[in-house]
Design a protein around this ligand. Structure first.
Ligand SMILES: [Zn+2]
Ligand SMILES: [Zn+2]
Length: 206
């Protein structure tokens, strides 16, 4: 086994490449929050006593396909990861008794802690990564996939050869450490650049 099960990249005898290992770790970390959001987005199917149903406020029916509630929910995600956890544990410690059913966050944490071993030794690593990816994608169909918003940092303070300040708006995505001004092409990347940018911002008119 020398290539990543997901992308075919060389991995020096691991089941996943570095990029897909990191991606899987991140997904395991994100899933519990994501599914908590799913729970908030979806109001469960009414299953209470009949009178409760009949007194429910009349109104337009939810546009949601209610079947989605049966397939995309925290309990099912927890179950899927439970199966992987049981299987990984059986491979790694065959003598142990299987773990009792646990919540999604506990299963995600456990798998994340064993990730190095999984990627090195567990032949199901690729399938597990794919299934975790599907769980994430399903949740995203409900909670949406908010694209990170650019933060406006100020206006470009670079000066041209005549000493004229550029003044174009400079914004960056969260975590982005290097921004090239789209107007004058000045590249903000060092700590110093950012400090200068902030320092020379024109004062807002009070
Ligand atoms: Zn890969
Ligand atoms: Zn500029």
């Amino acid at each position: 086994m020398t290539v990543c099960e997901l992308c075919g990249e060389e991995t020096r005898s691991r089941y996943l490449c570095e990029r897909h290992t990191v991606q899987l770790a991140k997904r395991l970390d994100d899933l519990p929050t994501l599914y908590a959001e799913v729970g908030e987005c979806l109001v469960p199917r009414r299953s209470g006593p009949a009178e409760f149903v009949s007194t429910a406020p009349a109104g337009p029916r939810s546009p949601l396909d209610e079947d989605v509630l049966d397939t995309v929910n925290m309990a099912r995600a927890a179950e899927v990861l439970q199966l992987w956890r049981v299987d990984v544990q059986r491979e790694r410690w065959p003598q142990h008794t299987p773990p009792p059913p646990a919540a999604l966050d506990a299963n995600c944490r456990w798998l994340a802690m064993e990730l190095e071993w999984i990627v090195d030794h567990y032949p199901g690593a690729g399938d597990m990564a794919r299934e975790v990816g599907e769980l994430e994608a399903q949740a995203r169909t409900i909670v949406g996939d908010p694209a990170p918003r650019p933060q406006r940092l100020g206006t470009c303070v670079a000066a041209d050869s005549d000493g004229v300040i550029c003044g174009a708006v400079i914004s960056r995505l969260p975590g982005q450490s290097r921004v090239t001004c789209r107007w004058c092409g000045y590249s903000y990347e060092s700590e110093q650049d950012w400090l200068l940018l902030l320092h020379f911002q024109p004062r807002e008119a009070a």
